[in-house]
Design a binder for this molecule. Structure first.
Ligand SMILES: [Ca+2]
Length: 492
């Protein structure tokens, strides 16, 4: 038994020596592996969990013995110690030099084999290096080119960045200007335009109101024209021989009346002024708005024309129209007895003057209605008797109307070259009148709006306006003028 145990121990020692030899190279590696276990890639093993696991160093750990083995240790070789055996046990596959069976240890090439192998591989490596060298050179060249290209690109990039920065400044300046314009336009849109629109809206509203008024007036006229036109001047109950007679009969309102001076002749309508200077005035001529054309023939002046009176909503005709009573009626009225004449006139500022003649008479048609006046008083100037005070001598005499026959453009009875058809005052001065050569007063002349007019405006270059020279001169046409007569009484 004791012998058997010894044999076993010797066997174990031999195995142990074998193990020492097999682990020689592995020891060095193992030592380094142990020292760097924390960094080496740990293939196939399972690291210990610190503090929880214990690893048995080697189940086959033999006793340490250097004698009695089949193999001799290398001279100078340090005896393998226990801990080294433990490291070998930890990484038996180090270096890849293993037998097919792990228990048989490692089998690695010796130094000569390694040298031969390395020399062979060195030769191959040199060949590969020789082959790779031109490629490396080429790569170096290309790398150099790429470096130059990249450098060029970097320069270009810096240049572009500089240009971009300058462009940004320019864009910034333009942006500022655009913002200024925008602010101006916005202010215009927000303030000026609404203000202008408001003004225009006001104008539009006024125009709309005017249109509405016009439409209303048109509608009123349309409705009034649906019935046949009739005089809306009701004839007053009171009538008489003339206006003084009507006044005495109680016709105290100034309006249209029916008069009948001659019982053998028909009655006719006239306008009676019952307020001026105690009333009783019969209007034989009236101008006030140019609504009636006074450039008429002899026969019109003989019979009379125009509108005697107007009705303006009061139910009776209280407003005189523009008219000429007619030479026959005027003659007939003046033959009834002493008659006085009142000529009233107004300029375009509203100023008023008058000329009063206590004696007034017109002869009949056989003598072409010769005018006779006398006993002037008033503020307008005595044109009928004295002529134009702007003129002197014979020139003034030519403008006196008293004693003149009546003339129209188709009946020349004036003092301007009698018999010469080219010298007709009435044709040049616009109306029928007691022209001399030709006038200082022209109440039946043309109607000029506004007063002042010029030679160029006149049809024949003459002072053909509604003129009373001794008040306003030849080139001012009056706004209104009227002639009215009534019986003259010394005691009035
Ligand atoms: Ca003549």
């Amino acid at each position: 038994m004791r012998l058997f145990l010894m044999l076993v121990l010797v066997g174990c020692g031999v195995w142990a020596q074998t193990q020492d030899y097999d682990d020689y190279d592995a020891d060095g590696k193992k030592a380094s592996a142990s020292n760097s276990s924390a960094t080496v890639d740990a293939r196939g093993h399972r690291p210990l969990v610190k503090g929880r696991e214990i690893y048995l160093t080697n189940r086959y750990n033999p006793s340490i013995s250097s004698s009695g083995g089949r193999y001799q240790g290398r001279p100078g070789t340090t005896t393998v110690t226990g801990p080294q055996e433990q490291e070998k046990g930890e990484q038996p596959e180090t270096g890849g030099c293993t037998h097919a069976m792990e228990e048989m240890g490692v089998l690695c090439p010796n130094g000569c084999e390694l040298k031969t192998m390395i020399q062979k591989q060195e030769k191959n490596v040199k060949t590969s290096i020789g082959e790779l060298r031109p490629q490396v050179n080429e790569l170096a060249r290309e790398s150099n080119n790429i470096f130059n290209y990249v450098n060029s690109m970097s320069n270009n990039l810096r240049e572009r960045q500089r240009v971009l920065s300058e462009n940004s400044n320019i864009v910034g300046q333009y942006t500022d200007r655009v913002e200024e314009h925008h602010a101006y336009i916005k202010e215009t849109v927000d303030t000026l335009l609404p203000s202008n629109i408001k003004v225009l809206q006001g104008v539009l509203d006024k125009i709309r109101l005017k249109i509405q008024k016009l439409e209303k007036a048109i509608q009123t006229q349309t409705e009034s024209c649906q019935e046949p036109c009739r005089t809306k001047c009701p004839v007053p109950v009171v009538s008489g021989k003339e206006c003084e007679d009507i006044f005495r009969r109680g016709g105290l309102d100034s309006q249209m009346y029916l008069v009948r001076p001659d019982p053998l002749l028909p009655a006719y309508k006239v306008y009676c002024d019952q307020t001026t200077q105690n009333g009783g005035w019969l209007v034989i001529q009236n101008r006030m708005d140019g609504s009636v054309d006074f450039g008429r023939r002899w026969d019109d002046y003989r019979k009379g024309f125009g509108n005697v009176a107007l009705e303006v909503g009061k139910g009776y005709c209280e407003t005189p129209g523009e008219y000429w009573l007619g030479n026959d009626k005027i003659t007939q009225l003046s033959k009834m007895g002493p008659t006085e004449l009142l000529v009233e006139m107004e300029d375009w500022t509203g100023a008023k003057v008058h000329a009063h003649y206590q004696q007034f008479a017109v002869q009949g048609d056989l003598t072409n209605y010769v005018l006779a006046v006398d006993r002037y008083s008033g503020t307008a100037g005595n044109c009928f008797l004295e002529g134009s005070t702007e003129l002197f001598g014979i020139n003034r005499t030519m403008t006196i109307h008293n004693g003149m026959m009546f003339s129209t453009y188709d009946r020349d009875n004036d003092n301007w070259n009698p018999g010469d058809p080219s010298k007709q005052c009435s044709r040049e001065d616009g109306g029928g009148w007691w022209y001399n050569r030709c006038h200082s007063a022209n109440p039946n002349g043309r109607y000029y709006m506004g007063g002042a007019y010029t030679r160029d405006m006149a049809r024949h270059g003459t002072d053909d306006g509604m003129v009373w020279m001794n008040w306003k001169g030849s080139w001012y046409s009056l706004k209104a003028i009227s002639m009215k007569v009534r019986p003259f009484f010394q005691s009035r």
